[in-house]
Ligand binder design. Structure first.
Ligand code: BES
Ligand code: MN
Ligand code: ZN
Length: 491
């Protein structure tokens, strides 16, 4: 974690590598920077080398004085700026600074009027700017000048900020980075068994309890859907249950459920190669759950928080489940398999029954569930499905606060609901491609006990990023971790 402290001395006396000045367009002529840096800024603005345009960054190497490089970051027009845009702009600028061999930076508060919550946002940006997944690379990447792109920023000073709030932002981001690290691991490293070991080690480290059910226990516990999906793999499925209990009486109990398909080949309904690539990311929901618990361990909310992960690898081995198979889920319902690639809803079926048995005040599941959701919403929003208006409102509000776009999709479609029925069993796991994300959500609904507020987040599409951009880094995004932590703090 980058070390953050408040600058008590004058700017003039600060010695370090980079000075970051964030400015709105209209502030440029007024030049909000104190001497001795105001001169350089004035010249740049006069020459129109810096206009404060949204997201623009100008680097000015300084040949003398206490600071090596001055960075100007444009925030656009104040009235048009949003908290999300500010967070992205700050993250991008800090990422650039960290990769340009600056080990320390001072951030000046030109961004103050962008949003009421700027200190938390700044903390989030500080927590996310250095993220990259490079543990398997021998050599660091280089920029156009042959310089290393390694991120070296270690110490940040801020001027007039509330470090309690920046620390909160850093906790949110740290939880998200932890989830990303895990989700970015390939399928040959993280399988259901190793995921369970990682979860157990993580729980011990953070004072949480962790119970793992192996295939024998899953059999005894009648988790027929999770077992069916995992059967075709050498690494057998696991149900992982983590618990955080607050000191004193808990105000509420919330269960987070994650889809933990450590690799989704499609099973016997094998995916074409273009679609199989990136399916190591099909455990993102599960990794998010671990990330949330990491945040919970640091924030210590008054709410009891459970994490339930259904971990399996969907492979076409000799023992694999087949199309036409009829399986029995934990809650007794039978399911006809139409397509072995619709495996996420099966593992979640048993996990949601288990979560319901905990009698919580709310259940939130996260899953890279359907390509249909990715097609509908693209890579920059996750689908929200819920019949509970209060939970819906709370999650949408938290998502807005944290800049993780959530978009509500319907799940009260009677006609789609009719297609859940199978001719040979209670339910069927797939249907027409039309309305695929809605069908999947309505299928899950069959396994949640009525009366428990429940929301399903389909994070397919938003879970994986091609390139670094704003708060996102190439690879897993851990979309939803900050939103869920924010939500917990509102309870
Ligand atoms: N894991 C996939 C969904 C997915 C697709 C996630 C793209 C991320 C990016 C899921 O298990 C799946 O294969 N769903 C099928 C369901 C279909 C067979 C009914 C799909 O969406 O095509
Ligand atoms: Mn699948
Ligand atoms: Zn899947």
């Amino acid at each position: 974690m980058i070390d953050v402290s408040v600058l008590s001395d004058s700017i003039k006396k600060w010695k370090g590598d980079a000075l970051l000045v964030a400015m709105h367009e209209e502030d440029c002529p007024k030049c909000p920077v104190a001497p001795p840096y105001d001169e350089a800024v004035k010249v740049l603005v006069e020459r129109k080398d810096f206009k404060g345009k949204k997201g623009s960054v100008v680097k000015v190497p300084l040949l003398e004085g206490n600071v090596k490089n001055l960075y100007l970051l444009g925030l656009g027009k104040a009235e048009e700026s949003t908290p999300a845009a500010l967070r992205d702009a700050l993250t991008d600028a800090l990422r650039k600074i960290g990769r340009e061999r600056n080990e320390s930076a001072l951030i000046l508060p030109g961004h103050k009027k962008s949003a009421p919550e700027t200190d938390v946002i700044l903390g989030e940006a500080i927590g996310l700017c250095g993220y990259s997944f490079e543990k398997y690379k021998k050599k660091e990447e280089e920029d156009g000048n042959g310089n290393g792109k390694k991120f070296v920023l270690k110490k940040i000073f801020i001027h007039e900020a509330d470090t309690k709030k920046t620390a909160l932002g850093q906790i949110f981001s740290d939880a998200q980075c932890f989830a990303r690290d895990l989700a970015n691991e390939p399928g040959n490293v993280v399988n259901p068994e190793t995921l369970a070991q990682i979860a157990a080690g993580f729980a011990e480290e953070h004072g949480l309890t962790c119970e793992v059910w192996d295939e024998k226990k899953l059999e005894l516990e009648k988790m027929g859907a999770l077992l069916a999906v995992g059967r075709g793999s050498e690494s057998q499925p696991r149900l992982i249950h983590l618990t955080y209990v607050p000191k004193g009486k808990a105000k509420k109990k919330v269960v987070f459920v994650g889809k933990g398909i450590t690799f989704d080949s499609g099973g016997l309904d094998l995916k074409p190669s273009d679609f199989m690539k990136t399916m190591k990311g099909d455990k993102s929901g599960a990794c998010n759950v671990l990330g949330i618990l990491k945040g919970v361990a640091a924030l210590k909310p008054k709410t009891e928080v459970h994490g339930v992960i259904a971990a399996a690898e969907n492979m076409p081995g000799g023992r694999a489940f087949r199309p036409d198979d009829i399986i029995r889920a934990r809650n007794g319902k039978t399911i006809e398999i139409d397509n072995t690639d619709a495996e996420g809803r099966l593992v979640l079926a048993d996990a949601l029954s288990f979560a319901s048995e905990l009698k919580p005040d709310a259940i939130i599941d996260m899953a890279t569930l359907t390509g249909a959701c990715a097609v509908a919403l693209g890579s920059w929003a996750a689908g929200l499905f819920t019949m509970d208006e209060k939970l819906c409102e709370a999650l949408l509000a938290s998502a807005k606060q944290r800049g993780e776009r959530l978009w509500r999709l319907p799940m009260d479609d009677e006609k789609i609901g009719e297609t859940l029925k199978s001719k040979f069993a209670d339910l069927v796991n797939g249907a027409s491609r039309y309305g695929g994300a809605i069908f999947a959500a309505m299928f899950l609904n069959e396994f949640v006990e009525k009366g428990i507020p429940w929301a399903h987040l389909d994070i397919a599409g938003a879970d994986f990023m091609k390139e670094d951009s704003g708060v996102y880094a190439r690879g897993a995004s851990a979309w939803g971790v900050r939103t869920c932590l924010d939500y917990l703090l509102t309870l």
